[in-house]
Design a protein around this ligand. Structure first.
Ligand code: FE2
Length: 386
C-alpha cells in the first residue's frame, strides 16, 4: 500500500494556549492581523484572553464579527474589504466552524483577485492565501486541521466548498478552555459531528495507517468524554478530550474523506435547516447499520472502545453492539429526534438522495451505495430514537 500523509499546520494545544496567541503570531512574523469571529463568541467574552495577548505582544488587530451562522460567499465580502482597508498580514479565525471557514476564505481573497466564487472546488485558489491562524471555540468541525472552507451562496441556495492544501491554517491554537461556556445542546451536536468525522474516516475506503491511528484515538476520547462534556460544565478533562478528539478526527479526513452520513447531511441540512451536527447525529446509527456487513471488524473495534462486551458473539452480533452503544450515547446527550421532527417528507427523499449520491463522501463509504440505499437510510432515520 502506497500512501501519503500531509499536515502543513503547526498544532499548538492545551489549556491556556490561546493566551499565547500574540507570541505565536509574532513567531509567524506577523504584526497586523484581522480577527474573524461572530457576535455570539465576542459577546460571551470568550476571546478576552486572546485579545489581551495580542495587545501585550504588540500585535495590532481589528475585529470582523459579522460571521453568519451559515457563512455565505456574499457575507465574507465585508470581511475582505476590512482586511484590505486595515492592511492585515494574516487572518485569525476564532469561533466555530463558520468563523474558521470564513477566515480561510477572507485570507484567500487577500492575495487573489476576482471573487471567491471563482475558486469553488479543490485546488483552485492560485495564489497562496495570507497566513491563517485557526482558534476553535467549539469541539466539532475540526476546521483548524482541514483544508476546506464551506460557504453558502445566497443566490442559488447551494453550499459550495473551496479547498486545497494552500488553505490549511499556518497554525491551529487549540485551547479547551475556550469551549467551557458552550451550552449542552451545542456541545452535544458539535461533539457528535466530531464522532461522525472520526467514525467515517476510520471506516473509509481511503483509511490508511496514520488516519486509522488518529481516528481510533479520537473515537476513544469522544466515547469516554462526550456525556460529561455535555452535562458537567466544569469537567475540564472532558472538554480537553473533546477538542483533542475533534482535531484528531479532522487530521484524518482531509485524506480519507467521509461517508454516507456526511453525504446526506449536507443536502438535508440545507433544505430543512437542520444544524450540521444534529443531522449527522440523526443519521449515524442508520448509516452504521447499513455499513456493518462491509467492515464488521472495524465496528467490533468501535464496540470495544465503547466498552461493549463482544466475546463469544458472532462477528455480526459483535459489530451490532457498536450501533447499540451509539444509540445509548445519543439518548444520554438528548438527541433522540428523527428526520420527521425537522419536517423531512418521504416524498422529497429521492431529490435529497440524487444530490447526496454525487458526493465524494459516498465514494469513500465502505459499503457501495446507490440512491435507493440513501433513501432507505433516511426512511430508517425518520422516527429517531423516541
Ligand atoms: Fe461534519
Amino acid at each position: 500500500m502506497i500512501c501519503t500523509y500531509k499536515l502543513p499546520t503547526e498544532l499548538f494545544f492545551g489549556g491556556g494556549a490561546a493566551l499565547q496567541t500574540g507570541e505565536k503570531i509574532k513567531e509567524l512574523g506577523l504584526s497586523k492581523v484581522l480577527l474573524v469571529t461572530d457576535k455570539g463568541v465576542l459577546d460571551a467574552g470568550v476571546l478576552g484572553g486572546l485579545e489581551k495577548s495580542l495587545k501585550d505582544s504588540g500585535v495590532s488587530y481589528t475585529v470582523f464579527s459579522e460571521v453568519e451562522p451559515e457563512p455565505t460567499i456574499q457575507g465574507i465580502e465585508a470581511g475582505v474589504k476590512m482586511l484590505k482597508d486595515f492592511g492585515a498580514q494574516g487572518v485569525i479565525g476564532a469561533g466555530g466552524g463558520s468563523a474558521l471557514d470564513s477566515a480561510k476564505a477572507i485570507a484567500a481573497m487577500g492575495t487573489n483577485c476576482g471573487k471567491i466564487f471563482d475558486y469553488v472546488g479543490f485546488g483552485k485558489v492560485p495564489v497562496q492565501p495570507l497566513p491563517i491562524i485557526a482558534v476553535p471555540t467549539t469541539a466539532g468541525t475540526g476546521s483548524e486541521a482541514t483544508f476546506w472552507s464551506v460557504l453558502a451562496d445566497k443566490t442559488c441556495g447551494l453550499k459550495l466548498s473551496i479547498g486545497g492544501w494552500n488553505l490549511m491554517p499556518s497554525m491551529a491554537i487549540v485551547d479547551y478552555q475556550l469551549t467551557e461556556t458552550l451550552p449542552p445542546g451545542i456541545t452535544a451536536a458539535t461533539g457528535i459531528d466530531a464522532l461522525v468525522h472520526a467514525m467515517e474516516s476510520y471506516t473509509s475506503t481511503n483509511c490508511q495507517p496514520i488516519a486509522e491511528a488518529t481516528t481510533f484515538h479520537a473515537i476513544k476520547l469522544i466515547a469516554r468524554s462526550l456525556r460529561q462534556a455535555v452535562w458537567h460544565w466544569k469537567d475540564t478533562q472532558a472538554r480537553e478530550d473533546m477538542i483533542m478528539g475533534s482535531m484528531l478526527a479532522a487530521m484524518a479526513f482531509n485524506i480519507t474523506r467521509l461517508g454516507n452520513a456526511h453525504a446526506l447531511a449536507i443536502p438535508l441540512g440545507i433544505k430543512y435547516h437542520i444544524p450540521h451536527g444534529r443531522v449527522n447525529a440523526i443519521l449515524l446509527p442508520w448509516v452504521m447499520e447499513f455499513n456493518l456487513p462491509a467492515v464488521p471488524e472495524k465496528y467490533i473495534e468501535i464496540a470495544r472502545i465503547f466498552g461493549e462486551k463482544v466475546q463469544g458473539l458472532t462477528e455480526m452480533e459483535a459489530a451490532k453492539k457498536s450501533v447499540k452503544a451509539v444509540k445509548e450515547l445519543l439518548r444520554d446527550i438528548g438527541i433522540t429526534e428523527g428526520l420527521k421532527k425537522w419536517n423531512v417528507a418521504e416524498s422529497e427523499l429521492p431529490e435529497i438522495a440524487a444530490k447526496a449520491v454525487k458526493s465524494d463522501n459516498v465514494k469513500s463509504n465502505p459499503r457501495k451505495t446507490n440512491e435507493a440505499d440513501l433513501i432507505r437510510i433516511c426512511i430508517n432515520a425518520m422516527n429517531g430514537l423516541e
